[in-house]
Write a new protein. Structure first.
Length: 171
């Protein structure tokens, strides 16, 4: 009897590990760099909640970090202080623009205050911007360099700041 229980436990542990590995490989954290190599230039134009317009034409030769988020997502809340730090430390070298997906203005303003967000926030109440950028999970971050996508990150990363430094060649 003990032998059967032991084998059942081992079987379920192996099954859980295999399912985890299968799911992990099916849901990529980053879009493959080879797909990005020949990506077309990024075109965007949006206005933040303060009325500042961000247009890709103005940022052709600059580094842009597009951060897609929502106030109800815990990973987005955890990432806000990291993005604040990136914005504070590198705002002369990187343009940080966050796009809030599918939330009303009053909800977003409350979240900005609660999370002490200092970087620009664009409202995407109808999801048009998120759809254009094929955002299917939050947070999603587009690393744009010279008006082309250098990398896309999906999900929370505690190493975001070091990724930013590496991709944009910052110290």
């Amino acid at each position: 009897m003990k032998k059967i229980k032991f084998y059942n436990i081992i079987f379920y542990i192996i099954l859980v590990i295999l399912i985890f590995l299968f799911i992990k490989n099916k849901i990529p954290r980053y879009i493959s760099d080879s797909k990005l190599k020949d990506s077309p230039e990024i075109n965007f134009s949006f206005e933040d909640i303060k009325g500042v317009v961000y247009d890709s034409e103005e940022y052709k030769d600059k580094n842009v970090l597009l951060v897609f988020w929502a106030s109800w997502r815990a990973p987005c809340k955890m990432e806000a202080p990291i993005i604040n730090s990136i914005y504070k430390d590198y705002k002369d070298q990187i343009t940080v623009v966050s796009i809030n997906s599918l939330e009303k203005r009053d909800v977003v303003i409350k979240a900005i205050n609660e999370l002490n967000i200092t970087y620009p926030v664009v409202l995407d109440e109808k999801g048009k911007i998120s759809s254009k950028f094929e955002v299917n999970s939050l947070p999603t971050i587009y690393f744009i360099k010279n008006n082309k996508v250098a990398k896309v990150s999906r999900g929370f990363s505690i190493f975001l700041k070091s990724e930013v430094k590496k991709i944009y060649g910052l110290k």
